[in-house]
Design a protein around this ligand. Structure first.
Ligand code: OAD
Length: 276
């Protein structure tokens, strides 16, 4: 069964949203002891970090985010790709976690106090879950804050970039080079066509297989193999809830689709979970 609940804008008070939820969703949230959450770019959208589906401006107006997140793009135009990531790194440093991130922290604490657990696996390369106070099980696509040589893999320590993340830089900057082999330094993120870190992937698969409720928030469900992870819940018939304002590639397999922003719906789910 797929139930679509229509929820309005992020400004809706969480209790109002909660009242629109069915008893089913509220009781799933209340009864779950082992909750696995998979997040994507959408959970950081209300903090001001653009998702990978948004139209870009400035230096990158002719490129989609997906065009830039590849080894081919980095080989063809290292400065353009490097500057895009450094600029996004600056932007992430300038923004704050939003109520969606904070709700997951509250749920994590609530369950921990009762002997349960909530695990977070994210496709996001930002650190907004951590800055909200959450423990994150897995960053499936790496971190924008660490860097390594594109050839020999040696880790590189770099100062923080100094871009204004709210404005596109005037011109691209060449990436630094590796002190060991002289090749370009790249962000330590997973690009399209690259392998995900095995440990992060397996830990996420295990927590989803083991969960009694799976929440999929703010992901388009397009990028594999991360998008296939929630489907592991189907093996045991574990309920799946999607939180997203839009229909996604995963919506059909969900038991419940909560249509709205994670900044309003996750706090509502947590209120339901905490209700006695
Ligand atoms: P996408 O950018 O593909 O999708 C973002 C999703 O967030 C969409 O489904 C939106 O409808 C949804 N969304 C937007 N605003 C939202 C809000 N306020 N609350 C909840 N949801 C909202 O992001 P991902 O699915 O995370 O990979 O993409 C996964 C990967 O694709 C990224 O890690 C990156 C990207 O290309 C690589 O770089 C390899």
């Amino acid at each position: 069964m797929t139930l679509t609940l229509r929820c309005a804008a992020a400004t809706v008070e969480s209790m109002q949203v909660l009242q629109e939820m069915t008893d089913d969703v509220a009781s799933l949230a209340r009864d779950a002891q082992k909750v696995a959450v998979l997040t994507g770019a959408g959970i950081s959208a209300e903090s001001g970090v653009p998702t990978f589906r948004e139209v870009q401006t400035g230096l990158w107006e002719r490129f989609s985010a997906q065009d830039l997140a590849t080894t081919d793009a980095f080989s063809a135009n290292p400065a353009l790709v490097w500057t895009w990531y450094r600029w996004r790194q600056s932007l992430i440093r300038q923004v704050e976690p939003n109520p969606g991130h904070i709700a997951l922290v509250e749920w994590q604490r609530h369950l921990a106090e009762r002997g349960g657990r909530l695990t977070i696996a994210t496709q996001n390369v930002d650190d907004l879950h951590e800055r909200a106070g959450a423990r994150v099980l897995a960053h499936l696509h790496g971190s924008i804050f660490t860097h390594r040589c594109a050839e020999c893999g040696t880790a590189a320590q770099l100062p923080d970039p100094t871009y204004n993340g709210f404005e596109s830089p005037p011109e691209p900057e060449e990436p630094p080079v590796c002190q060991d082999c002289g090749a370009h330094i790249r962000p330590d993120v997973v690009w399209f066509g690259e392998m995900l870190p095995m440990e992060a992937f397996e830990a996420t698969a295990a927590t989803i297989r083991n969960a009694d409720l799976v929440i999929v928030a703010g992901t388009s469900g397009i990028v594999q193999p991360a998008a296939s992870l929630p489907l592991l819940a189907l093996e045991r018939g574990t309920p799946l809830i999607e939180v997203n304002p839009e229909l996604t590639e995963l919506s059909e397999t969900m038991d419940y689709c909560l249509r709205g922003s994670s900044g309003s719906l996750l706090p509502a789910l947590v209120s339901a979970a905490a209700a006695q």
